[in-house]
Design a protein around this ligand. Structure first.
Ligand code: UDX
Length: 432
């Protein structure tokens, strides 16, 4: 099939590369000229395992190309995926300006039947607006359909998630749109849930909000575990083996971040409120997540006493492992709060250093590895659970640290082992 992908962020680029790899012809568009120039040379500006190779392979075989022209791409394609950003406004509402712009541009250039698919995460009823906009701005008497096809891929495992999803959701209003999308996704051999557009839009917001709720729930339980002398890892296993609950997303720690959960929670709260429902449950999910970062800071001050003037070694800055993405990363918030309180930071992250350097400028030294971050620090704080932090030379670390103190914000170490190695150690919700 001939597909236009508008917006080459995480979702757009992965979707484009995967559709091309499945044998489709994909035209990618972005208004950011610099990005398109880089992409034309095969330079992927984001770190996502396997993506660069996939893009290069499909470029070589002529299945994927990049341009800044919506016009050309729309005219050449049968299906148009809108993958532009839907950032948060100050009040939490999703900012849909880019989506409106793109809808207008599509309308002006539509030359034959097109299926226009929202892939960006959008509030319910956005499909209606896209439809109205296209009807309002199109010059020709051509038919089109709008559909919703939310994307559930995670950063770091994006290609695997796209190619092997648990399910595909398509929200459609016509048999034609349904057939096109079922054919497109046929090679993935995955259960496909067909709904109306509004249900598909809500499925995406509800999924992300539910997952965020699970994380805040387990973080709240971790606080109770700590107070009671129980162990959150045991508790999470005990509840997670119940298939109705599942073990996924029950990892207590420094809280959730990223470009999706915080933004989508706020947008869902906002749209619910607009419709007359006060989603207090999700307000609480957000509050617990914010509190989780203070809990880490309290742990630090409990172990090293006063924060002003201390040097704190930080391992991990990205919002989760296997990505260089620092958007809404709990690590960054924690580092900022420590700097405001007067600490000096020695930080290391395997992939997110360059991006972090642009936002963290004062009272921070970016280190070459975990040992360098530990050097002369009063404690070491784990904020992202990169695999390379799981197997460190602890004897060497102990010698490098001013005090042998480790605050493990992602529960990657065994408390008993750390104690045996002579560390003053604390995790989140763990019995030492
Ligand atoms: C998420 C959704 O999982 C995905 O379906 C959607 O398309 C986009 O948003 P992503 O933001 O890439 O994906 O990362 P995810 O793996 O879901 O993690 C989000 C945050 O939750 C991270 O900060 C992670 O550290 C945190 N998390 C996750 C926990 O704190 N505990 C867990 O058990 C799981």
């Amino acid at each position: 099939m001939k597909i236009a992908i508008i917006g080459t962020g995480y979702v757009g680029l992965v979707t484009a590369a995967c559709f091309a790899d499945l044998g489709n012809r994909v035209y990618c568009v972005d208004s950011d000229r610099k990005k398109i120039t880089a992409l034309k040379k095969g330079n992927i500006i984001i770190y996502e395992p396997g993506l660069e190779e996939m893009v290069k392979r499909n470029m070589k075989e002529g299945r994927i190309s990049f341009s800044t022209s919506i016009k050309d791409s729309v005219r050449k394609s049968d299906i148009i995926f809108i993958c532009v950003g839907t950032p948060s406004k100050d009040n939490g509402e999703a900012d849909l300006l880019a989506l409106e712009d793109v809808s207008q541009e599509i309308a002006k250039n539509i030359n034959s039947y097109k299926l226009i698919v929202e892939k960006s995460t959008v509030p319910v009823e956005t499909g209606e607006w896209v439809k109205k906009t296209i009807n309002g701005f199109k010059n020709r008497r051509v038919k089109f359909d709008v559909a919703s096809n939310p994307e559930f891929l995670r950063e770091g495992t994006a290609i695997e998630d796209f190619m092997h999803p648990d399910r595909i959701v398509i929200g459609v209003e016509s048999a034609k749109a349904k057939k096109i999308l079922l054919d497109l996704y046929k090679p993935l051999n995955t259960p496909i849930v067909v709904t109306n557009i509004k249900s598909a839009e809500i499925i995406k917001h509800a999924s992300n909000s539910f997952l965020a709720t699970k994380i805040s729930f387990i973080n709240a339980i971790s606080t109770i575990c700590e107070k009671a002398g129980a162990d959150i890892e045991e508790v999470a296993k005990g509840i997670g083996l119940d298939k109705r609950i599942s073990r996924e997303f029950l990892k207590a720690g420094a809280g959730f971040g990223g470009s999706c959960f915080p933004k989508d929670l706020s947008a869902f709260i906002h749209i619910a409120e607009k419709m007359g429902y006060n989603f207090n449950l999700l307000h609480e999910v957000k509050r617990i997540n914010e509190e989780q970062k203070n809990i880490i800071i309290d742990k630090i001050s409990k172990l090293i006493w006063n924060i002003p003037g201390k040097t704190i070694g930080i391992l991990g800055l990205s919002f989760k492992p296997d990505t260089d993405d620092i958007r809404n990363a709990p690590a960054l918030d924690i580092v900022n709060r420590l700097i405001i309180q007067g600490a000096g930071i020695r930080a290391y992250d395997p992939k997110a250093m360059e991006k972090s350097k642009k936002v963290l400028k004062k009272n921070i030294t970016f280190c070459k590895d975990a040992y360098d971050a530990a050097k002369e620090s009063d404690c070491l704080v784990i904020l992202t659970e990169w695999n390379e932090f799981k197997e460190l030379d602890f004897k060497r670390l102990k010698k490098l640290l001013k005090q042998p103190v480790i605050i493990d914000g992602r529960n990657i170490y065994d408390p008993k082992m750390m104690k045996k190695l002579g560390f003053v150690y604390t995790g989140v919700g763990r019995k030492v």
